[in-house]
Design a protein around this ligand. Structure first.
Ligand code: IPM
Ligand code: MN
Length: 370
């Protein structure tokens, strides 16, 4: 029996709880069949926490998130909470977790599985075999920079302010994650900013360049302006291996990249903190899709991104590479067998519910892991 692995599960709002239920089936499979043992706690975040406690996340929940080995997060938000003030919105839950746990490296893979090559709006020959990893900085930049706010000017008009700020240590630590990932992939990093118009972008470029020369001469580094990167991602996405970029550009570019794959419902993510003493690091795993309030409660959401987020958890928090691949292979095979949730439905294939999809992944695990 391996040591207890502690998880905090935060299903959140909308389709979050539905897809989390399917991820839990997969967790239970590993307990039953692989002797892994997870100590699981659940908590409320987002609108669910606002309804119960009046805040998007309780300080206790953040404290628990710091204690456990890994956080598995669903999604937050929905029209019910749209009118709330800026500091009380459901999204504050995920932003606070990133910030308070120091989760600075947001890993967002965009992978086109063979079975889904036709789901993309781009031509199959452009996206077939696509495998990009976007490393988005996630505790700095304009999301958190000061000064920020809305102020009233003497003439009664208003001024909204946000600030893009990056320090060398902030840039180095996220770039280091990107370079290390590239070493295990095709060995190429493209660093993305707007050094042509922003000082913080210029510092980003200089810092990444110096780091590569100092510590990663074996990794090929290129630079791109963010606008060009958006264009190149659509023109010829396979030119990229690892992209490293700022918080805001990473937010935009990862949404763009996700659509190359045709379905937001397929893409997981990991957000990692610094490696501490004993190799421990804070980490949070979440699907890229949001809470999708329009389809919540209908049992039609795609649980794959949530399940694949658990695969990333196995890999990055526990070093269980083989187990992570097993989950990924099971998901691929289920799609290969023609099962589809509504979001990735194609003519002639079998449209199934969230639960049937989750159960199919577990059955496939039984087969593969027998
Ligand atoms: C994301 C989301 C969040 C972000 C929101 C919910 C705050 O869009 O994870 O990409 O902007 O970072
Ligand atoms: Mn986003």
């Amino acid at each position: 029996m391996s040591a207890n692995k502690s998880l905090l599960i935060l299903p959140g709002d909308g389709i979050g709880p539905e897809v989390m239920r399917e991820a839990r089936r997969v967790i239970e499979w590993f307990e039953r069949r692989r002797g892994l043992s997870f100590a699981i706690e659940e908590g409320l975040v987002g609108g669910a926490a606002i309804d119960a406690h009046g805040v998007p996340i309780l300080p206790e929940t953040i404290a628990r998130a710091k204690e456990v080995d890994a956080v598995l997060f669903g999604a937050v938000g929905g029209p019910k909470w749209d009118g709330l003030g800026f500091d009380r919105r459901p999204e504050i839950a995920i932003l606070s977790l990133r910030r308070e746990l120091g989760l600075f490296a947001n890993l967002r893979p965009a992978i086109v599985m063979d079975a889904l090559v036709d789901a993309s709006t781009l031509k199959p020959e452009v996206v077939r075999g696509l495998d990009i990893m976007i490393v988005r900085e996630s505790t700095g930049g304009i999301y958190f920079g000061e000064p920020r706010g809305i102020e009233t000017l003497p003439d009664g008009t208003k001024r909204g302010i946000n600030t893009e700020v990056y320090t060398t240590p902030e840039i180095e630590r996220v770039a280091r994650v990107a370079f290390e990932l590239a070493r295990k992939r095709q060995g190429r990093v493209c660093s993305v900013e707007k050094a042509n118009v922003m000082e913080s972008g210029l510092l980003w470029r200089e810092t990444v360049t110096a780091l590569q020369q100092r510590e990663f001469p074996d990794v090929a580094l290129t630079h791109m302006y963010a606008d060009n990167c958006a264009m190149q991602l659509v023109r010829n996405p396979r030119q990229f291996d690892v992209i490293v970029t700022t918080n805001l550009f990473g937010d935009l570019l990862s949404d763009l990249a996700s659509m190359l794959t045709g379905s937001l419902g397929m893409l997981p993510s990991a957000t990692l903190g610094a490696v501490g003493p004993g190799g421990r690091r804070h980490a949070l795993y979440e699907p890229i899709h949001g809470s999708a309030p329009d389809i919540a409660g209908k049992g039609i959401a795609n649980p794959m991104a949530m399940i694949l987020s658990f695969a990333m958890l196995l890999r990055h928090s526990f070093g269980l590479e083989e187990e992570a691949r097993l989950v990924e292979r099971a998901c691929g095979n289920v799609l290969g067998s023609g099962l589809r949730t509504a979001d990735i439905m194609q003519p002639g294939l079998a449209r199934v519910s969230t639960q049937v999809m989750g159960e199919a992944v577990v059955r496939e695990l039984d087969k593969l892991g027998a």
